[in-house]
Design a protein around this ligand. Structure first.
Ligand code: NAD
Length: 275
């Protein structure tokens, strides 16, 4: 199965479908990520705060997959935005992952109350220049935060990783990203199981029409909307199911009816409220 790639604004490519490991128990991360790699995923999304980078690294080492076939993302936590701390943080993450570089390094939240997200971004520019991250981007940044980074640095973020699922479709940030060359990564792509997305008529009808599961329909909706997506599951069966999404295509009408589920309701935290 070939996963499509997206070319980022710095010329590097990213597999459009990956595997996320938020809330994957550190003790189980090696087994679960090994399952994902065996199923065929080559893009893993972790973060320092998930405390499972060591397990991700162990699975990578055990897999024997050539480094250049993998795409590994990790994230800088909120209390490490100061330059010296950010440089130490990437070294710690690389050490845990057993890698000499990540493919993508993100600032995890802007924490605007502390007003240090531009400093964190300038540190990421240096980390990229040092070869420790191929591409750099941000997570949970809103339009005003992105404008400040673009005005205050020489680099437009390659991605913005934001909460995005049918009930919270983030049209403003997607439009801003399209205008500025910032690709959007959807976190919580299945709504984190926090509302009955799979019971929505638009989703269940498409699932029935294509003989697939509601989760597969929602992942397809992300892919056909040009979004980068990395659903998470601990179950090997679901890990495989979530990767098996290239044998069918949603029609324009099906996409439109899922688009219509946008109610502006978050399941996660508002970026202004995270410190
Ligand atoms: P998700 O929307 O991927 O939902 C995961 C939940 O959906 C699982 O716990 C499981 O219960 C259910 N699920 C998965 N596959 C299923 C299937 N086939 N059928 C039925 N149920 C299924 O939520 P997520 O894990 O929060 O988001 C994905 C990834 O995004 C994370 O693992 C992480 O890498 C990233 N993320 C980033 C941030 C951020 O602030 N940058 C925040 C949250 C998540």
């Amino acid at each position: 199965m070939t996963v499509p790639t997206i070319t980022l604004n710095d010329g590097h490519t990213i597999p459009q479908l990956g595997f996320g490991v938020f809330l994957v128990d550190p003790q189980e991360a090696e087994r679960i990520v090994s399952d994902a790699l065996e199923v065929g995923y080559r893009h893993i999304d972790t973060a320092a705060i998930y405390k499972n980078e060591e397990g991700v690294g162990a699975a990578i080492a055990k897999s024997g997959i050539p480094r250049d076939e993998l795409f590994i993302t990790t994230k800088l936590w909120n209390d490490r935005h100061q330059k010296a701390s950010a440089h130490a943080a990437i070294d710690e993450s690389l050490d845990k992952l057993g890698l000499d570089h990540v493919d993508l390094y993100l600032t995890h939240w802007p924490t605007p109350a502390k007003d240090d997200y531009l400093e964190a971004w300038l540190a990421l520019e240096e980390i990229k220049a040092a070869g420790k991250a191929r591409s750099i981007g941000v997570s949970n940044h809103q339009v005003g935060h992105l404008e400040k980074l673009i005005a205050g640095s020489a680099t437009v973020p390659a991605v913005n990783q934001i909460e995005l699922h049918p009930a919270f479709a983030q049209r403003e940030l997607r439009a801003f990203g399209a205008e500025h060359g910032i690709h959007i990564e959807s976190w919580g792509p299945l709504g984190q199981g926090k509302y009955d997305l799979f019971g929505e008529q638009a989703v269940s009808a498409a699932a029935e029409a294509h003989g697939v599961t509601p989760a597969q329909v929602v992942i397809r909706w992300h892919l056909q909307n040009g979004l980068i997506v990395f659903p998470k599951s601990n179950s090997r069966e679901r890990i495989a199911q979530n990767f098996d999404v290239f044998g069918f295509e949603l029609s324009a009408d099906e996409i439109a009816s899922i688009d219509a589920l946008d109610s502006g309701k978050r399941v996660g935290s508002h970026p202004d409220e995270v410190n």
